[in-house]
Design a protein around this ligand. Structure first.
Ligand code: GTP
Ligand code: SPV
Ligand code: MN
Length: 626
C-alpha cells in the first residue's frame, strides 16, 4: 500500500511559512495523533484562521454538547421527545438544498482523465481559487478535526480520512454516517493512507457579528484532486456537498483508488436475502439518486417465504476476495435517506428506523413538535411549519417538506439490519442489479447475457432526473452505473475497469450474474404499470431463482426475460395487459436509443472499450432482427 503524499500546505503552495499560528492552536492535538495529520491541521488553520480547533472524539458527551449549542444558535430545533426522542430538525438556507453537480470538479492534470462527464479545472488554477476562498474562511468559527473510517474499524477493506469543517451540523452528521473520532484516529498510523478533506461553509464572522441558522455561501466548490487524493469543499453544508466521507471520498476519490488497486467503489445498496428453502444470497444494486435504493435495501417482500435484510442503502465497496469471489462492504455507518415520500405503505422499515436519535433536514414541523412530510401519512395535518419556517396548511399549494428533505440515522438502528452488515470480511455478492427511472422502453427486469453485456447495460443506464441534485426535474439523462455525478475519473476508463474486474473474477469462477430493473415504467395513461415497493420482492425472487438455476427465462433482444409464469404474481395487483406492457419491446424505439447511446459513447472518443462498442452493435443486430 502506498502512502499518501503530504497534503499541500495550502491549496496553492507546498509550504506556507507566512502565517503565524496562535499558540493555543498548537497544543490541541491528541498526543497519539499522526504527526502528518497534525501538520496538515496546523497549515489549514493558518490558512483559514479559525478562533479555535477541536479534535473530535466521537463521544456521546461531545455530540450532546454540539447539539445543545446548535439548538442555542437556532441551527436545529429539538423535536418533542415524547414522539421523537433525541431528534432534531434542521432547516437549511433555501439556496442550499441538494448536491451541486455544476459546482463539482475533478481536477486531474489532463482534462481527458476526468472525462466528458465531469467538470474539470486544471489543478493549479483550482488550487489558486480555493486558496483565495479558504483564506480566513473560518474566522470567528471553530475548526473541527474529524477523523473517520469508511468501513468497519480495522477491516482490510476499510479506508481512512480526516475532514476539517467549521460546521457543527456536518460534524454530527459525520458522527452518524461514519465511524468517527478517536477510534478512527487510532487506526491512522504513520504508515496508513488517509484522505484529507477540507470543508468550510465559507461564512466567516466579524468580531461581534451574529451568526445565522444555516451559514453558507452563494459561491460553491466541491473539488477533488484524484492524483493527490484530496477533497476541498466550499460554501455548502448540505448532504453530499459537505459530508465529504460520502460522495466525495467513498465514491469520487475511492473510485480512483479502486481503479488503481483492482476493486470497485459503487453507488449501490447492499442486501441479504434468504429464500424459502433457507438459502442465503447477497445482492448489490445501483440505482441513480432518489430512485429507490433505500426502499429496496429495506424491502419487505409481499411474497411469502422470502426474507430481506439490510446491509447498506447508498454506497458499496466491492473487491475480489482471496477466495476469488466478489466481496462487498457498506463503507458507511448510517443512512442519509430521502424523507419525502417515505411512509408506512412505501417503506415501513425506514419509518421504524427513524423512531428517535435522528436528524431531519428540511422536513415540516408539526404543532405537537413531531415531523411530517408528503407521503409520511395519507392526509396532511391541518397546520404545519414548512421546511422554509413558514406557516403551512393543506391549502398552501406548496410542498411542506422539500422534495430532497432527508433523515440522518444510524444504520444499527434499522430493524432489518443484517447481522453481517459490519462483517470486516464483507459479504459474497451473488447478483448485481442496475436500475433507472424510465417511463418507457426499459422492461421491468432483464438478465444480462454475460458480464460484458452487463457492463453494457450499466454503461447505458438513463434515468429521469430527481430532486437529489439541482437541475431540471424529470429530464432524461444518461447516468451510467448510477455514477454520473460520482465517478472520479474518465467514465469510459471506468467501464474498462469493470471489464477487467469481470475478467479477473471469471478466472476463479466468482463472477456474479448481472440484471437490470425498472420499477417506473408507465402506461399510456401516465400510471405506473408496476406496483413497486414490497412487490419488487417478486422480481428479486426471480433474479435469485435464476442465480440458483431454477427459474425459466426466455431470450429477447435485451437479454433474458422471465418465462411466462416465472415471476410469482399471486396476490399482486397487476393486470395481464399491464404485465405485457412492462416487457413490451419496440425495436424502432430501441434502435433510436442505440443511436443516442452511440452519440454518448462518441463523447469519450477512443477511450470507450471495444467490448462496449461491440455490445452496442450486437444490440442493433438483435433489434433489427426482432
Ligand atoms: P439517494 O439517497 O439519493 O442516493 O437515493 P435512493 O436511491 O436511496 O432513493 P430512495 O430509496 O429514498 O428513493 C426515493 C424515491 O423513490 C421516493 O420517491 C420513493 O417513493 C421512490 N420509490 C422507491 N421505490 C419505488 C418503487 O418501487 N416504485 C415507485 N413508483 N417508486 C419508488
Ligand atoms: C445522492 O444524491 O445520491 C445521495 C444524497 O445519496 S447526497 O449525499 O446528498 O449526495
Ligand atoms: Mn446516493
Amino acid at each position: 500500500m502506498t502512502l499518501t503524499a503530504d497534503p499541500p500546505a495550502s491549496a496553492s503552495a507546498p509550504e506556507t511559512g507566512s502565517h503565524e499560528l496562535p499558540s493555543l492552536l498548537h497544543h490541541s492535538a491528541p498526543a497519539n495523533a499522526n504527526p502528518r495529520i497534525v501538520a496538515w491541521v496546523d497549515r489549514m488553520a493558518a490558512l483559514t484562521t479559525p478562533d479555535d480547533i477541536v479534535w473530535v472524539t466521537g463521544s456521546r458527551g461531545e455530540q450532546d454538547e454540539l447539539l445543545r449549542r446548535m439548538v442555542e444558535t437556532g441551527t436545529i430545533v429539538q423535536l418533542n421527545p415524547e414522539y421523537r426522542p433525541y431528534s432534531f430538525l434542521a432547516r437549511s438556507n433555501p439556496d442550499d438544498v441538494a448536491r451541486v453537480e455544476a459546482r463539482t470538479f475533478i481536477c486531474t492534470e489532463k482534462q481527458v482523465d476526468a472525462g466528458p462527464t465531469n467538470n474539470w479545472v486544471e489543478p493549479a488554477e483550482m488550487r489558486e481559487t480555493l486558496d483565495g476562498l479558504f483564506t480566513g474562511a473560518m474566522r470567528g468559527r471553530t475548526m473541527y478535526v474529524v477523523p473517520f473510517s469508511m468501513g468497519p474499524l480495522g477491516s482490510p477493506l476499510s479506508r481512512y480520512g480526516v475532514q476539517l469543517t467549521d460546521s457543527p451540523y456536518v460534524v454530527v452528521s459525520m458522527g452518524i454516517m461514519t465511524r468517527m473520532g478517536s477510534a478512527a484516529l487510532d487506526h491512522i498510523t504513520p504508515s496508513t493512507e488517509w484522505v484529507p478533506a477540507a470543508h468550510t461553509v465559507g461564512a466567516p464572522l466579524e468580531p461581534g457579528e451574529a451568526d445565522v441558522a444555516w451559514p453558507c455561501n452563494p459561491t460553491k466548490y466541491v473539488s477533488h484532486f484524484p492524483d493527490t487524493r484530496e477533497i476541498w469543499s466550499y460554501g455548502s453544508a448540505y448532504g453530499g456537498n459537505a459530508i465529504l466521507a460520502k460522495k466525495s471520498f467513498a465514491l469520487r476519490i475511492a473510485s480512483v483508488i479502486a481503479r488503481d488497486e483492482g476493486w470497485l467503489a459503487e453507488h449501490m445498496l447492499l442486501l441479504k436475502v434468504t429464500n424459502p428453502r433457507g438459502r442465503v444470497f447477497h445482492v448489490a444494486a445501483a440505482f441513480p439518486s432518489a430512485c429507490g435504493k433505500t426502499n429496496f435495501a429495506m424491502l419487505r417482500p409481499t411474497i411469502p417465504g422470502w426474507h430481506v435484510e439490510t446491509i447498506g442503502d447508498d454506497i458499496a465497496w466491492l473487491a475480489p476476495g482471496a477466495d476469488g469471489r466478489l466481496r462487498a462492504i457498506n463503507p458507511e455507518a448510517g443512512f442519509f435517506g430521502v424523507a419525502h415520500g417515505t411512509g408506512a405503505s412505501t417503506n415501513a422499515t425506514a419509518v421504524e428506523t427513524i423512531w428517535g436519535n435522528t436528524i431531519f433536514t428540511n422536513v415540516a414541523l408539526r404543532d405537537d413538535g413531531d415531523i411530517w412530510w408528503e407521503g409520511l401519512t395519507q392526509s396532511p395535518p391541518d397546520h404545519l411549519i414548512d421546511w422554509t419556517g413558514h406557516d403551512w396548511t393543506p391549502a398552501s399549494g406548496t410542498p411542506a417538506a422539500h422534495p430532497n428533505s432527508r433523515f440522518t440515522v444510524s444504520a444499527a438502528q434499522c430493524p432489518s439490519i443484517s447481522d453481517d452488515w459490519d462483517d470486516p470480511r464483507g459479504v459474497v455478492i451473488d447478483a448485481i442489479i442496475f436500475g433507472g427511472r424510465r417511463a418507457t422502453n426499459v422492461p421491468l427486469v432483464a438478465e444480462a447475457r454475460d458480464w460484458e453485456h452487463g457492463v453494457f447495460l450499466g454503461a447505458t443506464i438513463s434515468s429521469e432526473r430527481t430532486a437529489a441534485a439541482e437541475g431540471t426535474l424529470g429530464e432524461l439523462r444518461r447516468d451510467p452505473f448510477a455514477m454520473l455525478p460520482f465517478c472520479g475519473y474518465n467514465m469510459a476508463d471506468y467501464w474498462a475497469h469493470w471489464l477487467e474486474v469481470g475478467a479477473e473474477l471469471r478466472k476463479t469462477g466468482g463472477v456474479p450474474r448481472i440484471f437490470m430493473v425498472n420499477w417506473f415504467r408507465k402506461g399510456e395513461d401516465g400510471r405506473y404499470l408496476w406496483p413497486g415497493f414490497g412487490d419488487n420482492g417478486r422480481v428479486l425472487a426471480w433474479i435469485l431463482d435464476r442465480v440458483e438455476g431454477v427459474a425459466p427465462a426466455v431470450s429477447s433482444p435485451l437479454g433474458w426475460l422471465p418465462a411466462p409464469g416465472a415471476v410469482d404474481l399471486d396476490g399482486a395487483d397487476v393486470s395481464e395487459s399491464d404485465w405485457e406492457q412492462l416487457f413490451a419491446i419496440d425495436p424502432a424505439a430501441h434502435l433510436a436509443e442505440a443511436d443516442d447511446a452511440e452519440k454518448f459513447f462518441d463523447t469519450f472518443g477512443t477511450r470507450v472499450p471495444g467490448a462496449v462498442r461491440a455490445q452496442l452493435e450486437e444490440l442493433r443486430q438483435r433489434m433489427k432482427a426482432a
